[in-house]
Design a protein around this ligand. Structure first.
Ligand code: ADE
Length: 228
């Protein structure tokens, strides 16, 4: 899978891909991340990428021309499945969206900055708008990193144990059950006995019960009416 991320602050997007699982996913060739500095697509000498709003109002708006140039140059090289704009008024990122996007080949992610982009960019270039939550960030870059992480970990071969992404919280609309490791007792605090029993079917049953109980207590909104 290939991501082309368009941004005015590429520095924000370097470190998330330079460590741990994402770094290895890139090294192993499961994913390519290409950062594009929007300023490289500006023709005027001032490298201006934003301007005042028509009609007045606080905050600068990202201009359409550099974005058009960048997206058009990318599209001349290959076909893209989606052009995603990161914005607080997009659809909220959920596991299902990450699952769906993990099946795509080539994705452009456009990061907004300042007040956002000229509306015509959204109307003519963007195919999907995604928010990472109901709060406003300084720009779309951190959202883009979150989105990429949620997708890349799902790509075949990225996680060592193929089943581990499938047992994540949210994959079956349930929160994950509690997990423990050695020692079996610490400060008198014991690991639930069932987990050290070796009885795999009973352990599975316990995990399912715990996942359901945690979801009911913490995130009942994830359950349908007849699951409650
Ligand atoms: N840009 C600013 N705020 C954002 C958010 N909550 N999600 C995605 N992109 C954003």
């Amino acid at each position: 899978m290939r991501f082309d991320i368009i941004t005015v602050v590429p520095e924000i997007l370097t470190s998330p891909f330079e460590a741990s699982i994402l770094k290895r996913a890139i090294e192993k060739g499961h994913v390519e991340i290409h950062l594009h500095n929007l300023r490289d697509y500006v023709t005027d000498n001032y490298k201006q990428i934003d301007d005042y709003q028509f009609g007045g109002g606080a905050g600068m708006v990202m201009m359409i021309e550099p974005i058009d140039k960048c997206i058009t140059a990318l599209k001349a090289e290959r076909d893209y499945d989606e052009v995603i704009y990161m914005t607080p008024d997009g659809e909220t990122l959920k596991q299902g969206i990450a699952n769906e996007l993990s099946l795509k080949e080539n994705v452009i992610i456009l990061c907004g900055h300042y007040k956002g982009v000229d509306q015509r960019v959204r109307e003519h270039f963007v195919t999907r708008e995604i928010s990472i939550g109901d709060y406003v960030l300084s720009g779309g870059e951190l959202g883009a990193a979150v989105l990429c992480d949620s997708i890349i970990r799902l790509l075949p071969g990225v996680l060592g144990n193929e089943t581990s992404a499938l047992t994540d919280s949210f994959q079956d609309n349930l929160l994950a059950p509690p997990i423990y490791t050695r020692p079996a007792e610490y400060n008198g605090w014991k690991v639930p006995e069932i987990l050290t029993s070796g009885n795999t079917p009973k352990i599975e049953e316990w995990r399912e019960e715990q996942a359901y109980a945690r979801t009911l207590a913490l995130r009942p909104d994830l359950l349908s009416e007849d699951e409650k």
